[in-house]
Ligand binder design. Sequence first.
Ligand code: GLY
Ligand code: MN
Ligand code: MN
Length: 441
Amino acid sequence: MPNPDALLYARHIEHRREEIDSILAELGYDGLLIHSGRPENRLFDDSHPPFRAHGPFVALVPQPFAADSLLEIRPGRRPTLWFCQPDDFWHMPPKAPADWLADPLDIEIVSSPEQWHERFGRQRALAVIGDERALGELLDGADLNPPELMWRLDEIRTRKTAFERDCIEHANRLAVKGHMAAARTFREGGSELEIHLAYLAATGLDQDMLPYNNIVALNDHAAVLHYQFRAPERPKSPRSFLIDAGADWRGYAADITRTWTLDEHREFGALIEAMDEAQRRLVDQVRPGRSFVDLHRQAHLAVAAVLEQAGIVDMPPDEQVDSGVSAHFLPHGLGHFIGAQVHDVAGLRDKSGQDLPAPESYPALRLTRKLEAGNVVTVEPGLYFIDTFLEKLKAGEHADRVDWQSVDRLAPFGGIRIEDNVLVSESEPVNFTRQAFAEAG
Ligand code: GLY
Ligand code: MN
Ligand code: MN
């Protein structure tokens, strides 16, 4: 039986080659070289942060940890992967790519980047993608990251191939295993660090293989949008738990958030349920032709309705949104593209490369386009009790519309975010995350 990965990957490359060949012809390039990147030591140090290959490389070569490799694309020819396996007794050289990668690519193993440097130096009409510091004289006569090429390559990545959809779906299944273990460890009274370690063990992924740093936030830490610590002490009284944690499959990301509480905390539990319901209704609107800016406004209306129904804000939802009250509780965007990069490319440009900046009223929005079939987006509404925003609200003209006793009762729970990864399709939206939770039981 043919390897299904091989088939999907071969079709992925075939499809992207057609698109890239026509972009290169349009811009007059004879070829394109995409570097995977090189680890950079910290200043005055000989160690470096965990390495991850550049997004444009991973979007064609599912080898996110392959440093100093180069993909060569020439119109009408099979691409060549110059795969670097350094001759280095200090480190374990990376394994050669699996056979199925070699179906649509020619793979040449080199033992140092100098070997591809020598080959490509001083060629004309080449475009090169990468970091100037790692490419040196390779750039003589070549164009580095030319914007006209970059936005076109970013644009094609917004419509995921079957291979990419499969990878994101698989990454979701993996992440959901971690989320279930994390929820169990929370219920058992575990610390943030213990929960994080349970997550890693259940996914089988080491910290450095995650697509982003897990956010593991107990109690009021859930009010810090990108809470970056993992406290080793068990909480004296666990109340709430927000986990924003993903997984990587062949370089593609899952980006999932869940919020949990314990049975005795009925008021916060009801708020989580209301947010969950609101999130499902938003996911249902993830359809071709839909403006994501409009969907973001719908998210504000939905969160405002939750605030009104819970008796936290006494103001109709549209008034809360127009007056900016809802933004005090939801200060981030509804979502973003996801793929070979967690915050995937081209969210703030239209199909012809024109900027589509976030509107002034929603500066944190990372996706402002109309949705198309093949897009994969996150849908992640939130409702938080963040001190700085609450102080502003209290000092402002709408302070008397807020039930501050409710706020004081709920603030120790931090906040709520629920985040799924959703494929836009011609028929119903495909929610990879909920599917994975349903399969896992
Ligand atoms: N995990 C980062 C985000 O949700 O965008
Ligand atoms: Mn996200
Ligand atoms: Mn997230």
